[in-house]
Design a protein around this ligand. Structure first.
Ligand SMILES: Cc1cc2nc3c(=O)[nH]c(=O)nc-3n(C[C@H](O)[C@H](O)[C@H](O)COP(=O)(O)OP(=O)(O)OC[C@H]3O[C@@H](n4cnc5c(N)ncnc54)[C@H](O)[C@@H]3O)c2cc1C
Ligand code: FES
Length: 273
């Protein structure tokens, strides 16, 4: 458990609805807050609120460290009590932030083509990965494509920032924008055109989407890391509430904590059923 991680108090500096039920929140944090690596998350909680008592895990969407100012942005969809309460926060509201937490994506400094696959709110960590690559010397010239899917065009959020960072390809389940169907099918159509030995794939989204991606990549010699969004209670490896079945080196089943050994795993190690 990262006992060295402290819960830091932050001030909400903006929290705006970017699409119906979807919010972008920026939090000013003390300088001591570590710079998150792509794929890491925070546990966010409203200071002084006893209900819900537990923080909620949210991926880092953007992060800036300037002089004495640290700003962490999260992008979230309102799905229940915790996120509903986040949506009511205003400029100056106080929150508690634990993080950055979890295992990050592997970043490749060498010449690779980067494929990002985002389902729904999976766009949040994928944007931070894209921003990280684009901000690095090697990554500024990398070929990068983001496949992003949502139920309908109203659920396609934060595309503008991604479009600045890389080429994007869009799908919707109802066909209201882009490819009509699942984002994994859109990706599958392009898969034969990839130079897979030179490609690294990162993905985040609902479990069925990641499972479908695993089926496409089965037996393919391509690097693919995925971020799982299990339900979490403590976020720091103590409660065992987030365990998932992973294959060990011999292919045997073992349970790993998504908050601690994950949320990022090699797609080939995950046992889906
Ligand atoms: C590592 C990690 C990163 C995440 N990053 C983001 C992010 O960047 N943006 C974002 O919008 N969400 C993200 N999530 C999901 C987010 O944590 C949940 O939506 C949130 O905790 C729900 O809290 P709530 O109190 O609003 O809902 P609750 O009242 O706890 O639950 C309401 C409904 O949402 C479902 N739910 C709760 N947690 C999850 C979950 N983890 N995955 C799928 N369904 C869930 C419940 O089953 C229930 O149906 C992330 C989750 C993890 C584990
Ligand atoms: S959420 Fe408690 S161990 Fe992962």
């Amino acid at each position: 458990m990262p006992l060295n991680k402290r819960i830091l108090t932050g001030d909400v500096i903006s929290n705006r609805e970017v699409a119906e039920g979807h919010f972008l929140m920026a939090v000013k944090l003390p300088f001591a807050f570590e710079t998150p690596l792509p794929g890491q998350f925070i546990m966010l909680r409203i200071k002084g609120k006893s209900e819900p008592f537990l923080g909620r895990p949210l991926s880092v969407y953007a992060f800036q460290r300037r002089r004495e100012k640290v700003i962490c942005e999260v992008l979230y969809r309102v799905v229940g009590k915790g996120t509903q309460q986040f949506s009511l926060l205003k400029f100056g509201s106080t929150v508690e932030v634990l993080g950055p937490l979890g295992r990050s994506f592997t970043i490749f400094p060498s010449e690779k083509d980067v494929i990002l696959i985002a389902g729904g709110m999976g766009i949040a960590p994928m944007t931070y990965v894209a921003g990280h690559y684009r901000g690095s010397k090697a990554g500024s010239k990398m070929k990068m494509i983001c496949y992003t899917g949502a139920r309908s065009m109203d659920d396609l959020v934060a595309l503008e920032r991604m479009e600045v960072l890389c080429k994007t390809k869009v799908s919707t389940d109802d066909g209201s924008r882009g490819y009509h169907g699942m984002v994994t099918d859109l990706f599958k159509n392009d898969f034969p055109t990839l130079n897979i030995k030179k490609t690294v794939i990162y993905a985040c989204g609902p479990r069925p989407m990641l499972k479908a991606l695993a089926a496409i990549l089965e037996d393919q010699p391509v690097i693919c890391e995925v971020s799982l969004e299990e339900r979490m209670a403590c976020g720091v490896g103590v409660c065992l509430g987030c365990v998932t079945a992973i294959k060990d080196d011999r292919g045997n089943k073992q349970y790993k904590r998504v908050c601690k050994e994950g949320p990022v795993f090699n797609i080939k190690d995950i046992m889906w059923d």
